[in-house]
Design a protein around this ligand. Structure first.
Ligand code: TXE
Length: 502
């Protein structure tokens, strides 16, 4: 960054082969947060070749799991040592508040610690023994690293999303090429320096950054790659899956969501006041945290008719008090959108919502505060009286926009909650435990929160139903995605098969 080489290929830091660079913009004020090298397709091909050679060489995958686990723990220690620097980079790059960035770095640390422990269990890959009915035969199923992985991350949680990929890939013994979003590469560059310091062997992790459209083919349409893990938009995920298909390359994609948050009237009827306040608070946080740029954001409020007016009024009052500002300012509760380009997309969706007949309750504009004029800020926005015919209800806006739909029966709430082509996450709020269990089991989403919203843990799988993607990250499945399964049949007392008699 800023004159230092940023591409890490074959264990060496390099500039782009054509000398190209990119200005990375701080969305809080439009200033240049850093100038980084912009890889060419040829650089990307060299990174893939380096990862291929390192995998085929066999040394990394033969490293004892205990050593790999110790390396992951060392990475976790360095992450904590550098937490403040990494968090500041993340804030300058994405606009999110420093408090959020610090949580992100802690979460990244937990991911490395989790996989260090998981891979250490039973030596990680001793496998499963099968009784085939012949005492002379040892039949066992083992897991082995899948090979060369291409890891493509988005801009909303740059380092966190990348860690969900790099940690299990390293734990499994894979080699890899990481490509952060061109919009937010800074924390990943710093992190790869940290990996080098921790002792990750040369060529095991390679790093390129630049436009996905330019580098995509070199990274995904090649038989040199065994697995592609992608997080990003639906259109890009579909393109990558098609490119990978020619080589039958395994792909796992996480493509966002249009996540329902269902509120039953009984949260108020419970009469304790707390359930109601908690519901309002969680719906608010669920959609407006990080200005809605969260794949699991609860962007669709589905609320029981009898309390809907009061709920929306309470919500709007809270939304209007959210303090926006530069993420580096501790007084800020939320930062800007990630870029001017993204704000334009969000603004277009607001226009669309109005033209579709949704009722604008609050927001729907840039903030008037002149101190925010240079940043890509946008007010928390609520649309009431929405229905499923509206694109604003069906499509992922990835901005601070909440749509409100109303229901009168439990069956209707479930039907609305499932009426999306996505299926990443959903929330349910009710004071009736039996109803809560019925509804969470009926919802077709990868994560469902009951009387909570947004929480996750490195130990539990994350991913979506439907067009939210395929494959899972985190948890034990987040490791097995990076492994191939091999059945070994060992006859300790070989005899002739005796099939052919001649
Ligand atoms: O994402 P892209 P964009 C959604 C959100 C957002 C929309 C578009 O709705 O508005 O996606 O965002 C790389 N081959 N999400 O355009 O393009 C790209 O460089 C290989 C949801 O920023 O999908 C970046 O590293 N790679 C999401 C990554 O893909 C390619 C989080 C994601 O960028 C490529 C972010 C190609 N042809 C946005 N084209 C979530 N699931 O949480 C691009 N890339």
């Amino acid at each position: 960054m800023d004159g230092e080489p940023d591409l890490y290929i074959g264990g060496a830091w390099r500039h782009a082969s054509d000398g190209g660079t990119r200005d990375v913009i701080n969305p809080a004020d439009g200033s240049v947060a850093g100038v980084v090298d912009e890889a060419t397709p040829d650089d990307a091909r060299q990174a893939v070749a380096a990862a291929r050679a390192a995998f085929d060489d066999g040394a990394w995958r033969a490293t004892p799991v205990a050593e790999r686990a110790a390396l992951l723990d060392r990475i976790a220690e360095l992450l904590q040592r550098d937490k403040e620097d990494l968090a500041a980079l993340e804030t300058r790059d994405t606009g999110k508040t420093l408090a959020e960035s610090r949580i992100d770095i802690d979460d990244v640390t937990s991911v490395f610690r989790y996989y260090a422990k998981l891979v250490g269990v039973d030596g990680g890959d001793t496998g499963r023994i099968i009784d085939v009915g012949n005492p002379a035969v040892i039949s066992r199923v083992v897991r082995e690293p899948i090979g060369v992985c291409v890891l493509i991350a988005p801009w909303n949680y740059p380092l966190l999303q990348m860690s969900w990929k790099i940690a299990p890939a390293l734990a499994a013994g894979c080699t890899m090429v990481a490509k952060p979003s061109e919009v937010t590469p800074l924390s990943t560059i710093a992190f790869v320096h940290l990996l080098e310091e921790a002792g990750v062997p040369p060529s095991v992790v390679n790093l390129v950054q630049g436009s996905g459209a330019v580098l995509g083919e070199a990274l995904t349409a090649t038989a040199e790659v065994d697995f592609i893990s992608f997080t990003g938009g639906l259109a890009t995920g579909t393109t990558i899956s098609k490119m990978a298909a020619d080589n039958v390359t395994k792909v796992a994609v996480e493509l966002g969501g249009k996540n329902p948050h269902i509120v039953f009237a009984d949260v108020r009827d419970a009469g304790d006041g707390d359930s109601w306040a908690a519901a309002v608070d969680h719906v608010l946080t669920g959609v407006f945290l990080h200005s809605g740029q969260v794949c699991s954001a609860g962007t669709r409020l589905i609320v029981e008719e009898s309390v809907a007016d009061d709920f929306v009024t309470a919500l709007a009052a809270r939304a209007e008090t959210i303090r926006m500002g530069d993420g580096m300012d501790p007084a800020s509760e939320t930062g800007p959108l990630v870029s001017e380009q993204h704000r334009a997309k969000v603004e277009a969706y607001v226009e669309l919502g109005i033209s579709e007949g949704a009722k604008l309750i609050t927001g729907g504009a840039r903030p008037a505060d002149p101190a925010l004029a240079k940043g890509s800020f946008y007010l928390p926005t609520i649309f009431d009286r929405c229905d499923r015919s509206m694109r604003i209800v069906r499509e992922e806006t990835f901005g601070p926009i909440l749509t409100v739909e109303r229901f009168t029966t439990e069956a209707e709430a479930i039907a609305l909650g499932n009426d999306t082509e996505y299926g990443l996450a959903a929330g349910v709020r009710t004071s009736d435990a039996a109803r809560g269990e019925r509804v969470v089991r009926a919802l077709r989403h990868g994560t469902v929160w009951l009387n909570d919203f947004g929480y996750y843990t490195a130990a539990a799988e994350w991913g979506g139903f439907g067009k939210s993607g395929n494959g899972r990250e985190l948890g034990p499945t987040g490791l097995t995605e990076y492994q191939e399964i091999k059945h070994i049949w060992h006859n300790t007392a070989p005899t002739a098969a005796g099939w052919f008699k001649g």
